[in-house]
Design a protein around this ligand. Sequence first.
Ligand SMILES: NC(=O)CC[C@H](N)C(=O)O
Length: 384
Amino acid sequence: MPLHAHKEALLVLEDGRSFRGESFGAEGETFGEAVFSTGMTGYQETLTDPSYHQQVVIMTAPHVGNTGVNDDDPESKKIWVAGYVVRDPARVSSSWRAERSLDDELRAQSVVGISGIDTRALTRHLRERGAMRVGISTVETDPEVLLKKVLASAEMSGANLSDAVSTQETYVVPAVSTGSTTEGPRFRVAALDLGIKEMTPQRMAERGVEVHVLPATATLEDVLAVNPDGLFYSNGPGDPAATTAQVELLRSALAEGIPYFGICFGNQLFGRALGFGTYKLKYGHRGINQPVMDLTTRKVEVTAHNHGFAVDAPVGEETKTEFGIATVSHVNLNDDCVEGLELKDAETGKLKGFSVQYHPEAAAGPHDAAYLFDRFISLMAKEV
Ligand SMILES: NC(=O)CC[C@H](N)C(=O)O
């Protein structure tokens, strides 16, 4: 599966810096927020993560596409990245699982990319100046003209993107059978799809949970109609500060005493529901090698991340909220950013809800944080 003969492509950042390379994937023009991912594996999972909607992903690993594309690894039904930047795409796919080449897949899904540019220089630029808008074009050769279009493109700050990625209809992911014919699912969870990855309901289902995945527009009545043992909020694209309806829904659910677990966007919205603010990180965390400390056990996990925003909450302090006592449960050891929250009943000290900014469901790994799904089970079982 050799690469197609490619024409020239141009990448222009919002601050005017430009790179010339070759077209990779589809030809055309695309715009989004330029972000870099440090993952060396799992490019299919990255491409199909709905949280990357409206983001142009730059891979810091220089050689991407080696194992081609298969139909088993995607985290959703399509590629969500707005554009893809790879230093040196693999010319040959080599894996018994490969069904197509990455180049062909990007073309088939009309995803515009660029290769052959100095991705290290581009990454260092973003690390110094911060995430910013970018344009990639195979039709425009004048950087000045492309820059004007970049400056007119949508910004990530203030973006509400949940409806664009969420399911329209509720669907059920059944609990994986335990082998016993009499045993039904252990728990039922209402999961709000803000851009959910397929691995998430899967990780719950294999622990005996029946997952009802609800649209982002679901109301409290929709949640209660599931008669859930727990409420879950997924990862997803956009600015948490621009999301109101889902924060209100979560506050109503907490008032009803429904146990809560949130991942990534679900951590940010939990923070907002508890009264904390959120802010945009300079360049965010994206990759599969971020060190996070669980402040209760002092254990460090190596974790998968994809976030550009974070919760502004005090570390090492208890915050009184109308729902109970909130604390920061996890921090990132690279930049001390809040990576998890916990809510306990003010009188009994029992856990009422928790969330993490990173990805316990991570495919292709690491799996250090998978214990958090067991913790959700314990919470629903009222063991913690
Ligand atoms: N993966 C996610 O859920 C991302 C959350 C949010 N959109 C952010 O960039 O921080």
